[in-house]
Design a binder for this molecule. Structure first.
Ligand code: KIV
Length: 271
């Protein structure tokens, strides 16, 4: 029996309610039915079909080569197995370049079983967020280190360290929520800034390298299982397989550590 048999299937409105109640959210990436099934039965609240699949599944150096067809394929595989976790799927590189392109890609992802789409960045993407959410498509906005901007950023680097950049990130987060985003992912953001953003918005923030004060956490599954996918291991990654003893044990240990606030600690965050 599932350890979280009492958890009803997650819905989009239930996420904001969880924040109001102070219930932290555990999210992981998945790309196939078997791992997703174990996650779903191990207390993981949200499953992300990340375009990180370009790096950890397809072996590329970045997420840029991932197509909408790739995302639809993996989303459909994972969706077939989930009972409780809410399924979020990334809009891959430039699939959200215009509102119309984003709508077409989002419809394909929702028809494959996703319940929310994730969009990287603010700026002109805010119009896309508004366009989709006005058309009843739940949206997650991903801010901070946005891997699809790797060429412009010059690498995978912590964002929002300088005062001006921090103020812009806070304003972007508020604008994304105002445009209709139901969830925010904050990647590689200093802990105090992520805390400030979390306090400023009513929707949950999900951190990855953003410290312990977010409303939830996300990690790439391969990273938290300690697999060497050939890429540099970021500071915020913790190997939960070592402590969990099995794949299911690792997922349970991660969910428990997110919920009780013991992950991430200072060692896995940026000051
Ligand atoms: O693509 C992905 O896996 C992501 C997470 C790192 C948040 O966007």
């Amino acid at each position: 029996m599932s350890v979280h048999a009492e958890q009803k299937p997650w819905t989009v409105p239930a996420l904001a309610e969880a924040k109001r109640q102070g219930r932290r959210l555990a999210m992981l990436t998945a790309y196939d039915a078997s791992f997703a099934r174990v996650m779903d039965r191990s207390g993981i609240d949200l499953v992300l079909i990340g375009d990180s699949l370009g790096m950890v599944v397809q072996g590329h150096d970045s997420t840029l080569p991932v197509s909408v067809a790739d995302m639809v394929y993996h989303t459909a595989a994972v969706a077939r197995t989930l009972r409780q976790a809410l399924l979020v799927a990334d809009l891959p590189f430039q699939a959200d370049a215009t509102p119309e392109r984003a709508l077409d890609a989002s419809v394909a992802l929702l028809q494959a079983g996703a319940q929310m789409v994730k969009i990287e960045g603010a700026g002109h993407k805010l119009e896309v967020v508004r366009f989709l959410s006005e058309r009843d498509i739940p949206v997650c906005t991903h801010l901070g280190l946005t891997p699809q901007s790797v060429l412009k950023l010059g690498g995978f680097k912590v964002q929002g360290r300088e005062e001006q950049a921090a103020a812009r990130l806070l304003a972007d987060a508020q604008a994304a929520v105002e445009a209709g985003a139901s969830l925010l992912v904050l990647e590689c953001v200093p802990t105090p800034l992520a805390q400030k953003i979390t306090a400023a918005v009513f929707v949950p923030t999900i951190g990855i390298g953003a410290g312990p004060h977010c409303d939830g956490q996300v990690l790439v599954m391969h990273d938290m299982l300690g697999l060497d996918s050939g890429h540099r291991r970021p500071r915020f990654v913790k190997d939960f397989l070592a402590e969990g003893g099995s794949v299911a044990g690792a997922f349970r240990a991660y969910a428990a550590a997110v919920r009780d606030g013991s992950f991430p600690d200072a060692e896995h965050a940026y000051a």
